[in-house]
Design a protein around this ligand. Sequence first.
Ligand code: SF4
Length: 429
Amino acid sequence: MPNTNDEQKIVGRGAREGARLFREWFERLTTASERGEQAAYVFVMGSMCEILRVFDLHTVFPEINSLQTAVRRVANDYLTMAEDYGYSPDICGYVKADVAVQLRGGEHPMGRIPKPSIAVLTNACNTYIKWAEIWERFYHIPVFTLDIPASRTAGVRTQPGDPDFERDRRYVEHQIRELIALCEQVTHKRFDIDRLREVMGHANAMSQAWRSILETNRNVPAPFNAVSEGTIYLGVINALRGSADGSAYFQDLLRELEYKAARGIGTQYDEKYRLIFVGVPCYPIFRRFCELFTEHGGNFVNSTYLWFAAGGQNVGFQYDLSRPLESLAEGVLLSVRSAMDGMFFGDRLLVETANSYRADGIVFHPIKSCRTVSTGLADTRRAVMEQQDIPCLFIESDLMDKRVVSEAQMKNRIDAFFEGLATRKLRAA
Ligand code: SF4
């Protein structure tokens, strides 16, 4: 518990302020149509907020809208509505919850979601492409797909200056120029490169702070939980990317976490086990899901979710504002590629992270909805265990659909995992 005035003001500020900013963002979305403002539907991996902000387009993240229906425990109403409309129980729950939001005219537990004037997506997830086609059919809007070249081989990452990287960068830059032309058509506004520089400046500050924030959790005890508190931070990092408010929030958050780390204030009173989380959380029972670990003194010190769902901002890329479009292409390429690599070639990064964050174990959480992130997790786990003697837990559920979440079964597996961790600690002692 905070015990000085300073501590009371600083500790917990990130969670409080994050929730406030997030609510205000939904309020702005709710009233956007009344003010005659336009919206773009985008995704967390490669949102292209930097460009869209220049055209005063609100960015709507249907993935975030969907997960909020689960956190607020109404997802089943939305999923059932989409299934009754004809969508298979088998597909990504995010898509179905969003279809129901659209069928309800934007009605959502946090406000009203405006209709899109344009949709922008990348190839980071194959579902994005089919999902955007739904909006195309509903609203007859232009859909822009930004094709980001991924790493071709495990362990081989081309870097700025390499001929292969430069070819990829030019390919992305050309597409960004096409996106700008499309935004001009949709909004009837001229592109303003100085405004882009300003937005990119804020994005730089956020990205640098985000990287440092993740690193504060190398401290023992860790100042934040990468799953419970991390999810709040993710909401803000996506919603306010490239804004002055977002930039200020992440500077303050970094100060808070550094303050805690310097004074040995952990997010958890008794951090006994430091864990890495891989995948997407179980939102239908989010609080309970986190408790199943914290009850045993388990704290998530890092999570792959904080990498890919932050659009790859964990790499901390800094745009060069003297050549904005080239640099934007480079940043998008590096950050979205890193998000995709985390899914396909995650094992080495996980081993590295487990060592540098002094992790006692890794929790893999594949989910029914998301084949993109989940399909390779069993292989990743095997590859990690071949490289490192580290306990790994593999539990399955879903991010939206409570019908496939068995809390009792999960608890049994989690309890047994912690028993194993305890025995291991005893032996080591
Ligand atoms: S399949 Fe996975 S990554 Fe793709 S939209 Fe659904 S949850 Fe997101």
